[in-house]
Design a protein around this ligand. Structure first.
Ligand code: ADP
Ligand code: MG
Length: 593
């Protein structure tokens, strides 16, 4: 018999295990959701790989998940017929942290100073496989990969910094393919091993798993059995012949145990949108993307014609990476299916441009080949058409939020994803028309609440031709700039561009509704109050003064001019028409330093 080999967990895993085992987390039942989602992932992986490697499926076993609860001994087993794990995969997957959910959790943990917050984090991020230790003293994973001819057993205990792996030799325990988890529950958590409780949890947590989940349930059926015993009362009551002769029957309940299908396996996106409630969409979102907040919006649609696909898209309520991070296009936010088979969530701009990579959702296409590769995705005309439609739908969804009664929703959106849209102004000329109405800025007439360009345009003076803006590092400094004086006097509204990216975004847009964006800090600002006569006079009168100033400042300025743009400040530094604005220059300097 090959002996069990002992391994130490990676330090991060030990830390995580420690936290899970000793946590006072009250919502321990999430362990089931995590383990079922792993089983479902394993089935997805097998189904996907078998498209190109049919020999992986040589064992004709159904794709399913089976959960058995033994309440007398406090044991739960979860069996899937998925991809399983080789010996090396056991070490890599269950001894180290490589995957995203748990890594995210650990990062959040690091960011949370206060220890009380830890317990909530478990629920927010899901701690994957290790959540088994929320309720178990001992976890046994027996697994058979179709890539290996051996089955291996991984055993881990709570409060132990090492685990063992051995070969499975008990013929009773051999499985054709997949993974069987056996959880030996902690004394206080044995209550989870009740079949009815398991059934309830599965219904609650796994209604969107697309493989059948069976739970082991006690069932009963009623049957009539004949009783030929004489009723004692009948005799006592007298010699009623009828009563004596009548055959007596009674109803009994016959009990037995069997597998019961416990979840609904029709994917939600295949259902008719009319029959799906908002709650169901939100639940699906939270389960699929491990989110704990409802999305801001969702959109479920089917496209027909040239390319057919179904999709549900979501706008999250907050930016996962933190709103100040660099936008990362590799988010695993879009799950692509081909004819219901999960293909990939590993995209890099193929289905959504980088700046829209925050949109989450599922896309199910009938037109792509099942063995679609990254190269095919990048080259495919079908994918290009899909991308166009998806982007359009995403914009519709965002526009919907912006028009919602609930102004807060769009404020939330803007706070989290405003930067993304501004990046879109720079990177996606084709969609300027869709992006522009979604932008928001402070202005000289709205310093507290941001306004959209539509509001600005509506508020324009009848003879006003341009949209004015000033870039600064804050609303306060924008407000105090001397450039503003004359415009304020004439009651012209000026947008305050206070985010570093704003100015570049606006310059890329160039115009909105045929009105040009004009930087009020640049020379030659024409606000329609030119008085040529007077200007000439002034130039003559102060020409020498200007020359004198220029001589003293030398190269520090390009020229010194008389201007009518100020009303109370004596002078102002403006930038050349074609040069960078002062704000840009400041930014560029900061970047090269
Ligand atoms: P995640 O599911 O986010 O990757 P988990 O901690 O839940 O993280 O699981 C870690 C890894 O262990 C998985 O990525 C997978 O490779 C492996 N694994 C877990 N459960 C199973 C299973 N039932 N079958 C096959 N592999 C599994
Ligand atoms: Mg998992």
């Amino acid at each position: 018999l090959p002996p069990a080999e002992k391994y130490e967990y990676q330090a991060e895993v030990s830390r995580l295990m420690d936290l899970i085992v000793n946590s006072l987390y009250s919502n321990k039942e999430v362990f089931l959701r995590e383990l079922i989602s792993n089983a479902s992932d394993a089935l997805d992986k097998l189904r996907f790989l078998s498209v190109t490697e049919p020999e992986l499926m040589k064992d004709a076993v159904e794709f399913d998940i089976r959960i058995q609860a033994d309440k007398d001994n406090g044991i739960i087993t979860i069996t899937d017929t998925g991809i399983g794990m080789t010996r090396q995969e056991l070490v890599d997957c269950l001894g180290t942290i490589a995957q995203s959910g748990t890594a995210k959790f650990l990062k959040a943990l690091k960011d949370t100073k206060d220890a009380g917050g830890d317990n909530n984090l478990i629920g927010q991020f899901g701690v994957g496989f290790y959540s088994a230790f929320l309720v178990s003293d001992r976890v046994v994973v027996s697994t058979k990969s179709p890539k290996s001819d051996k089955q291996y057993v991984w055993v881990g205990e709570a409060n132990d910094s090492s685990y063992t792996i051995r070969e499975e030799t008990d013929p009773e325990k051999l499985i054709p393919r997949g993974t069987r988890l056996t959880l030996y529950l902690k004394r206080d958590d044995k209550g989870f091993a009740h079949p009815e409780r398991i059934q309830k949890l599965v219904k609650n947590y796994s209604q969107f798993v697309s493989f059948p989940i069976y739970t082991w349930q006690e069932k009963g059926y009623t049957k009539e059995v004949e009783v030929d015993e004489e009723p004692a009362e009948a005799k006592a009551e007298g010699q009623d012949e009828k009563a004596e002769k009548k055959k007596k029957t009674k109803t009994v309940v016959e009990r037995y145990w069997d597998w019961e299908l416990t979840n609904e396996t029709q994917p939600i996106w295949l259902r008719n949108p009319k029959d799906v409630t908002k709650e169901e969409y939100n639940e699906f979102y939270k389960k699929t993307f491990n989110e704990y907040l409802d999305p801001l919006a969702s959109s479920h649609f089917t496209t027909e014609g040239e390319v057919e696909f179904r999709s549900i898209l979501y706008v999250p309520a907050f930016a996962a990476s933190g709103k100040d991070d660099i936008i990362n296009p590799k988010t695993k936010n879009i799950r692509l299916y081909v004819k219901r088979v999960f293909i990939s969530d590993d995209f890099d701009g193929e289905l959504f441009p980088r700046y829209l990579s925050f949109v989450k959702g599922v896309v199910d296409s009938n037109d792509l080949p099942l063995n679609v590769s990254r190269e095919i995705l990048q080259e495919s005309r079908i994918v290009r058409i899909m991308r166009k439609r998806l982007v359009r739908k995403a914009f519709d969804m965002i526009l919907g939020i912006s028009m919602s009664e609930n102004r807060e929703d769009y404020e939330k959106f803007w706070e989290n994803f405003g930067k993304h849209l501004k990046l879109g102004c720079i990177e996606d000329r084709e969609n300027h028309k869709r992006i522009a109405p979604l932008l928001r800025f402070f202005s000289s007439q709205s310093e507290e609440e941001m306004i959209g360009l539509d509001e600005y345009v509506e508020n324009m003076k009848p003879d006003q031709k341009d949209i004015y803006y000033i870039a600064a590092d804050s609303v306060t400094s924008a407000k105090n700039t001397p450039f503003l004086e004359r415009l304020l006097e004439k009651d012209l509204e000026v947008l305050f561009l206070v985010d570093p990216i704003d100015e570049v975004a606006i310059q890329n847009l160039k115009s909105y509704k045929e009105k040009n964006f004009v930087d009020i800090s640049k020379e030659d600002l024409d606000i329609g109050d030119k008085n040529e006569e007077k200007e000439k006079e002034m130039k003559q009168e102060f020409g020498q003064t200007c020359d004198w100033i220029k001589k003293h400042l030398g190269d520090k300025v390009a020229s010194v001019q008389i201007s009518n743009r100020l009303s109370s400040s004596p002078c102002v530094l403006v930038s050349g028409k074609f040069g960078w604005s002062a704000n840009m220059e400041k930014l560029m300097k900061a970047q090269t330093m």
